[in-house]
Design a protein around this ligand. Sequence first.
Ligand SMILES: Nc1nc2c(ncn2[C@@H]2O[C@H](COP(=O)(O)OP(=O)(O)O)[C@@H](O)[C@H]2O)c(=O)[nH]1
Ligand SMILES: [Mg+2]
Ligand SMILES: [Zn+2]
Length: 300
Amino acid sequence: MSDRLVRGQVVETVGGVYRVRTDAGTVAASLRGRIKHFGKRDRIVIGDYVEVGGASGEAPVIEAALPRRTRLSRRSSTSRFAKVLAANLDRLLMVASVADPPPSRSVIDRMLVMGEAGGMECGIVLNKVELPGGRALADALGAAYRKAGYQVVGTSVVTGEGIGAFRMLIHSGSSVLAGPSGVGKSSLLNAVEPGLALRTQAVGRRSRAGRHTTVSSRLITLAGGGEVADTPGFSDAGPGDVSARDLGRCFADFRPHLGQCRFNDCVHIHEPGCAVLAAVEEGHIGHARHRSYQTILAEL
Ligand SMILES: Nc1nc2c(ncn2[C@@H]2O[C@H](COP(=O)(O)OP(=O)(O)O)[C@@H](O)[C@H]2O)c(=O)[nH]1
Ligand SMILES: [Mg+2]
Ligand SMILES: [Zn+2]
């Protein structure tokens, strides 16, 4: 490697090693100390565009990180601060199952906020539609979320229904699958690309020797095109990195009504002249969506 800086994208992080994909191939780089201290809360993550240098003969070093277009961050219930997990992903697909486990609207809404707050396009995958009553539930939920402005795909890994539509989504741009454990995220990816070895949900598992095994994050290139982020840490997902002020903007169905409330600092809970509340009353915004908004707002 020459003294010149080479631009690339981080495709894997494990311990202090960053695999960076450049035009000249993928290199394993470390971080300059001062970038390392760039902040605990703002590390370099998969999807980040970076500049890699290193005098000839020396190991590649990440010298700089470029601004992010989108970010996937989570805020755990135990920390005040959001932690960035991945950068520059195009889309967040919220995966829920119609049964086993049953869908939770508040969990779906929370994940959508996470995607919206990070600037990603959001979609919803309702899996296991072949289960008894599944189709009707998927239709009802699908209608509610399509009305809210989100793309919804009903799928079954068992019958293959909707897998073509899911494939189209996942093969374009970069995605992350969010959603509770057991809804079928791994199964869906395996239906699209058999043998894809995604890491399990477990974070900080201990090896037999009793030490923490190193947890990696990867941006996986799919054989059929597109990329999918494989990153641990959704289990205690909070609403991501969003302020109370910005929360309304993270609800696609609120957006057309924002800026029309009587008070500039309206938080859309019980203020007179609130355009969002009026839209709920008139049926343009679902009551369940507004309840989720209130719940998340109370947590912020
Ligand atoms: N009935 C049914 N079961 C499914 C479907 N997709 C996945 N499963 C099952 O749901 C369970 C959890 O799937 P998994 O892919 O591990 O979920 P993940 O935790 O979200 O990655 C497994 O037993 C799968 O076989 C589906 O479309 N229909
Ligand atoms: Mg899984
Ligand atoms: Zn309002």
